[in-house]
Design a protein around this ligand. Structure first.
Ligand SMILES: Cc1cc2nc3c(=O)[nH]c(=O)nc-3n(C[C@H](O)[C@H](O)[C@H](O)COP(=O)(O)OP(=O)(O)OC[C@H]3O[C@@H](n4cnc5c(N)ncnc54)[C@H](O)[C@@H]3O)c2cc1C
Length: 312
């Protein structure tokens, strides 16, 4: 039986086949995924999840694809990309609860409308709320861990609600990276503010991003995590790699921490470039750069760099 027949027989709605992942990543890179399913509520999500497990199918949970590099061969499995109920957002007093598919910008807008301060830092992060929790996204000295009061997630055993302490949120990491689990949404707790102040702060941060980041090109944001005591972008610049390119992938001259797609970059171009950059920085400064961007290969998440750097 083909995958399509299997899905149709199981009555799983909203499934597409041979879906080009380049259309679902901010890098605009990636070959076809065998299947993409768009569950609209918890029941549909759980059904897909169980179906994949029972049939030994690989699956990958997609947010907004803003921290993701997908292989040119695509993904031999099922990409789960939520919609419907997962796009809901609600303000209750000083709390905002949002589903995983709500964008960080939408949450920031809701906070502004409700005159709640404390989420301005995330207004320019182009990911989903669920992806933000999973990555413990952050900017300008603040991160999701500072504002979250609870997180809803799902695993094989069912649905759970936990506090931020139980989510093991660290620098661009969470328990979901190691223990699995799909983040369904969460609640953030903010402080009263004024519309003028919140709006001014958001505008200021947006301007700082525009002036420092190559937002005019497709990318996945900062390619590397910040090594302790250094800035990845500065090390790359000081190694003389500004503008260095492989095929259509280039180290941004505006911000060396970003790798940009100048038009027709393949995943192979990006990986090759990132490998060379990491090796050069290691050679020149003895600093090991760890990728922040996640690499989805044909068989699932894999290390973006080859061994020389990883096993350092
Ligand atoms: C121009 C630009 C600027 C950026 N600036 C910042 C910044 O300032 N700070 C920052 O932290 N990041 C930044 N990023 C990176 C990115 O936006 C964040 O990492 C974001 O949190 C990723 O969310 P996403 O929904 O796009 O996740 P995706 O890229 O779709 O997925 C990333 C990982 O999260 C997992 N995932 C996503 N959603 C869920 C879920 N609901 N449950 C379980 N797993 C999930 C995926 O499986 C994958 O492993 C930037 C990116 C770009 C392109």
């Amino acid at each position: 039986m083909t995958l399509r027949e299997q899905f149709e027989k199981a009555g799983i709605p909203n499934a597409g086949y041979n879906v080009r992942m380049a259309d679902y990543t901010t890098f605009r890179i990636g070959g076809p995924a065998d299947v993409m399913v768009r569950p609209a509520n918890r029941d549909e999500l759980f059904k897909v999840f169980r179906f994949c497990k029972e049939n030994g199918l690989r699956f990958f949970f997609l947010g907004n694809g803003s921290n993701l590099l997908v292989s040119d061969e695509g993904y031999r499995g099922v990409v789960i990309c939520p919609e419907g109920d997962f796009c809901k957002i609600e303000v209750n007093g000083y709390d905002i609860s949002a589903g995983c598919a709500v964008s960080m910008a939408q949450v920031a807008q809701a906070a502004l409308q409700a005159e709640l301060a404390g989420f301005e830092f995330a207004s320019g992060i182009p990911g989903s709320f669920g992806g933000g929790i999973y990555m413990n996204a952050g900017a300008y000295e603040k991160e999701m861990a500072d504002v979250l009061s609870c997180i809803d997630y799902m695993d094989e055993e069912g649905f759970h609600r936990i506090g931020p302490d139980q989510a093991r949120l660290g620098y661009r990491t969470s328990r979901f990276m190691t223990s699995g689990g799909i983040v369904l949404g969460g609640v953030i707790h903010l402080q009263p503010g004024t519309r003028e102040e919140i709006s001014a702060e958001m505008k200021d941060l947006a301007e700082r991003r525009r002036s420092k980041q190559p937002l005019e090109y497709p990318s996945a944001g900062s390619m590397f995590k910040r090594p302790q005591g250094y800035y990845a972008g500065k090390l790359i610049q000081d190694a003389g790699l500004a503008g260095f390119s492989v095929g259509g992938a280039q180290v941004s001259e505006k911000h060396c921490g970003f790798v940009i797609n100048t038009g027709n970059a393949s995943c192979r171009d990006v990986r090759h470039l990132v490998q060379l950059v990491a090796e050069k920085v290691d050679d020149v400064f003895g600093v090991v750069l760890e990728p922040e961007v996640r690499y989805l290969g044909p068989e699932g998440l894999e290390p973006l760099l080859e061994e020389r750097i990883i096993d350092h």
